[in-house]
Design a protein around this ligand. Sequence first.
Ligand SMILES: Cc1cc2nc3c(=O)[nH]c(=O)nc-3n(C[C@H](O)[C@H](O)[C@H](O)COP(=O)(O)O)c2cc1C
Length: 214
Amino acid sequence: MLKHLEKRRTFKIIGDTATPSGTPDVTADELDTILASAGNAPFHYPCDRTHMETMPSPVPWRCHKLNTTACHGLMQTMLEDGDTTKVPNMLAAAQYLLQVTWLPDPGTILGDVTSKDESVFAGTLRNMEHIAAGSAFIQSLLLAGEAAGFKTYWSSGGPLRGKAVFDALSIPTTELLLGSVFLFPNEPENAEIKAGNLATKRGVVSDWSRWCKL
Ligand SMILES: Cc1cc2nc3c(=O)[nH]c(=O)nc-3n(C[C@H](O)[C@H](O)[C@H](O)COP(=O)(O)O)c2cc1C
């Protein structure tokens, strides 16, 4: 049942920064068709009106799009800034990078957005549901991207969530990164392909679901 759900998988494509991939076949219009489909994800609360001053939609997510040229430009900037992660290699192989943010309610960003240990934002019910809606959007995006022939990767972002990259891409710091979504060519050349670390660890349905008896 629903084979496209069962087949979705993470693929991290590690390219060569000395020879980044060529011009893509899929056009910006086709990318927007993918986004239009994924944008049907459910959302419960509208974002705060302050977020609508830059983009008018009430959905609690935003999608900042980089085409191949912009991916290569960001790759170059990161290399010049001394980045030693695999992100520049993935930018070398990517056809698109989508910086997907969620929109916290005003005054609820608390701390360092790159910290894994500190409170980054206030855990209000509304914020939780903004994140849930944004996550539904990203999952839809992965599925739509795969259906269009891409290999996809939802990354936490690492250096892509920091202020330097947000500033370089003119992403407002009132938004928080929910995922850096890489769309890679389905058959990359001269690149290493890595699967998701937890891809085979899910178990079966009875390992994470139970019937409630009354
Ligand atoms: C919110 C979120 C953030 C993720 N961030 C990373 C990441 O930073 N690095 C990584 O290798 N995989 C990341 N992943 C992908 C997971 O590794 C992958 O989904 C998992 O290993 C299961 O593999 P599958 O997607 O192929 O089923 C992330 C997934 C989610 C949902």
